[in-house]
Design a protein. Structure first.
Length: 272
């Protein structure tokens, strides 16, 4: 399968879909799929008509983690002749992979991960870059890197504590064990879980449609403020929030929203 088909971006109405498309390998991450993911994220960024972006995996599993096959460029970099050049090359690959995940995290549009089957290692690190995560009841989660003599290095150690808290994050990172969807829900790793994949897809689409029906400039502004908050003091964040609010007001959507509210009807928002 060519690199361009390993991750596919398409849009349905105002909903964009980034799909990991390597089902025969349970969407295991190799370097080619990492690069294809970057291209799909850029497509989602540049698609002016998309208002919510889904991240999903084709087939029975969302992502089984790092591809341990010998053709994976990441493993070749690890196994190269030890030395300064090998270490520098591997460092650059890791940082590039981290940057691709961060690009997803910083998308100005809300992102929703739809998770089924398996969500391990790099797959779990990837969904942590999304704003919301939903799964089906059979899904298993985990960061198996310590059992493989690897440090979790694609951003999971930074993002996981912010989502589930310090203690839960350390347990997941140290043990390398698999845990259930019920456990994931209990520690707030996922927003919600559904009994099967059909229900999962239908319900999450309803949530996305609800978000997409809101004025997009406001939703995207909220996303940007939330991302900015991650690395800013309260005062800087408040200044940025005020400035970001001023950027979109007044707007055609504002007057449409007021008219819709007073008329007790649904607004038709154009992002203008």
């Amino acid at each position: 399968m060519s690199e361009q088909n390993l991750v596919i971006y398409h849009r349905e109405g105002h909903l964009g879909f980034i799909t990991l498309n390597r089902p025969e390998k349970r969407n295991a991450m190799n370097w080619d799929i990492w690069l294809a993911l970057e291209k799909a994220i850029i497509q989602a960024e540049e698609d002016r008509d998309s208002r919510v972006i889904f991240l999903k995996g084709e087939g029975k599993s969302f992502c089984s983690g790092l591809d341990l096959g010998p053709e994976n460029e990441l493993l070749k970099a690890i196994g190269a002749t030890p030395g300064a050049t090998q270490k520098l090359d591997f460092f650059r690959l890791v940082r590039r992979g981290q940057d691709i995940f961060t690009r997803l995290e910083r998308l100005t549009k809300p992102t929703i991960a739809i998770i089924q089957g398996h969500c391990f290692g790099a797959g779990l690190e990837l969904v942590l870059c999304c704003d919301m995560r939903f799964c089906s009841a059979e899904t298993l989660f985990g960061l198996p890197e310590p059992t493989l003599a690897i440090i979790t290095d694609a951003g999971g150690l930074q993002r996981l504590p912010k989502v589930v808290g310090r203690g839960h994050a350390r347990e997941i990172a140290f043990r390398g064990h698999r845990f259930t969807a019920e456990r994931a829900k209990a520690i707030n790793l996922v927003n919600d879980l559904y009994p099967d994949q059909e229900t999962l897809g239908a319900r999450v689409r309803e949530i996305a449609e609800e978000i997409a029906s809101n004025p997009p400039l406001a939703v995207q502004g909220i996303k940007e403020v939330l991302v900015f908050n991650e690395g800013a003091s309260l005062e800087r964040s408040l200044d940025y929030t005020a400035a970001r609010s001023c950027m979109i007001l007044p707007s055609e959507d504002l007057f449409e929203a007021i008219s819709a509210y007073l008329g007790k009807k649904k607004g038709n928002f154009k992002g203008a």
